[in-house]
Design a protein around this ligand. Structure first.
Ligand SMILES: [Zn+2]
Length: 119
């Protein structure tokens, strides 16, 4: 089923000067559907867009309820996402165990990254 994510976001892109062709953004967003997770780092890499612009575009999506912000903890040892996601910073425990390398990540909040859930 084709997603309508881009249809929601596209009008907001008008007048913004992102250094990426809207068609490329559309192609990228069309790969996602409801319940999927979008990582700003992946968007930045694939669209060759600076990370700040990737976040700005995703935040535009939040404003039209296409996406919802969540947080995921990034393991500083094995450099992978540990797989637990949180709605708010207050939901993040003090310590998180990395499922990949079994490291106990102390001060997990400091390693939290904002990611986006497709609504
Ligand atoms: Zn790890």
């Amino acid at each position: 089923m084709p997603s309508n994510i881009f249809a929601k976001v596209a009008p907001l892109l008008k007048g913004k000067n992102f250094k990426v062709n809207p068609a490329e953004i559309e192609k990228f967003l069309n790969r996602y559907s409801s319940g999927n997770w979008i990582y700003p780092s992946a968007m930045s890499r694939e669209l060759q867009l600076d990370i700040k612009s990737a976040y700005e575009i995703l935040e535009l999506g939040v404003s039209v309820k296409a996406f919802e912000q969540n947080l995921e903890v990034y393991c500083p040892h094995c450099h992978r996402f540990v797989g637990y996601r949180y709605k708010t910073i207050f939901d993040i425990p003090q310590e998180v165990n990395c499922v990949h390398c079994d490291t106990c990540i102390e001060s997990a909040l400091e390693h939290a990254v904002v990611i986006y859930k497709v609504l």
